[in-house]
Design a protein around this ligand. Structure first.
Ligand code: CP
Length: 340
């Protein structure tokens, strides 16, 4: 079956995700990829990127296709993303026309749109990426929204499999909240936890009080974990969580109760500056050999120490490389019609 959209991996079945991961592994090992000759992926970046942009461009080129990059407000018209507004402000193009037109040019559209509102109730709807999906008329790929970063999650899952085995059930995956100078979105942590849950791992979310992920996202992570023989739990004891862990995934995110109130959030976050992944914590993982993951970009010696990033635990470069292979597999099914 050719899949219509990729907004979050939790909207795809276990079999579909397993198939994508297996194909990504084959492609990484050198299997001939399906041809994208004459096909285009139109990528719309409302926010900056290094890995997502480069890996998608290279993926399209690797299969003989073409990627078009648009940055609204920087060489492309500013896009109004709200419905029903009187467009007498700065934006000259509406998301409806933009999506409809781009869908006529490309076989798929990909969108990165971080939250741009002050309320979590609104941001959590992921209206921009879902708006493109509604109007483009072609498969739409979420390149990171407020709640999901599915391509990152697929790369995370592939990296876990490569290091811990194809079905790392009963292995512990710790999603470790980290201090950061800014309140960041929850797309990556939710997607990473979904990735580990999909592999049937024991998922432990270690976060300070008040830093729970969205309740629906936690329910989704729990459902995926249980279906695959895993579990999910939450703790505010980072050291106990990391001790004996097989994988530690550091990521910062903002308190959803303070969403949009960055000054208040910074005050709440201030006591947790020691929530950093360092060599001592990694040495306490299973046999001192747990793996360290992060989606990147990462602030050295804020989220994780130099010693961890440059030490034997780190798999962050492998994880970033896996973006390329996971996305090649996604594109094969979404624009070349490969059955999954
Ligand atoms: N991990 C990730 O999405 O990286 P970029 O923000 O650089 O694309």
């Amino acid at each position: 079956m050719t899949r219509k959209h990729l907004i979050g991996t939790d909207e795809w079945s276990d079999d579909e995700i397993r198939s994508i991961l297996a194909r990504a592994s084959e492609l990484k090992a050198g299997a001939a990829g399906d041809s994208f000759t004459g096909k285009a992926l139109v990528m719309v970046f409302f926010n900056p990127s290094l890995r997502t942009r480069t890996s998608f461009e290279v993926a399209m080129a690797r299969h003989g296709g073409h990627a078009v990059i648009l940055e609204p407000g920087r060489g492309a018209w500013t896009i109004e993303t709200r419905s029903g507004v009187v467009m007498d402000g700065e934006a000259v193009e509406h998301i409806v026309e933009a999506a409809r037109v781009l869908g006529r040019y490309g076989e798929a559209v990909a969108v990165r749109a971080f939250p741009s509102t002050d309320t979590w109730a609104e941001a959590r709807r992921d209206e921009v990426v879902r708006g493109f999906a509604r109007h483009a008329g072609v498969p739409t790929i979420n390149m990171e929204s407020a709640r999901r970063h599915p391509c990152q999650g697929l790369a995370d899952a592939l990296t876990l499999q490569e290091n811990l085995g194809e079905r790392p059930q009963s292995r512990r995956f710790v999603l470790a909240w980290s201090w950061h100078p800014r309140a960041l979105p929850t797309a990556v942590p939710a997607s990473a936890a979904l990735a580990a849950a999909r592999l049937g791992m024991e998922v432990v979310v270690a976060r300070p009080p008040g830093y729970d992920l969205d309740a629906d996202d936690m329910a989704s992570i729990g459902a995926v974990a249980r279906r695959n023989g895993g579990s999910v739990s939450v703790t505010d004891d980072l050291d106990s969580a990391v001790s004996g862990a097989d994988a530690v995934y550091a990521k910062s995110w903002g308190c959803l109760d303070d969403f949009g109130d960055f000054e208040e959030e910074a005050v709440r976050r201030a006591p947790y500056r020691d929530w950093i992944i360092n060599e001592d914590r990694m040495s306490s993982t299973r046999d001192g050999a747990g793996i360290f993951l992060h989606c990147l970009p990462v602030r050295r010696n804020v989220v994780v120490t130099d010693g961890v990033l440059d030490g034997p635990w780190s798999r962050v470069t492998q994880e970033a490389e896996n973006r390329l292979h996971a996305q090649r597999a996604v594109l094969e099914t979404m624009i070349a019609g490969r059955k999954i």
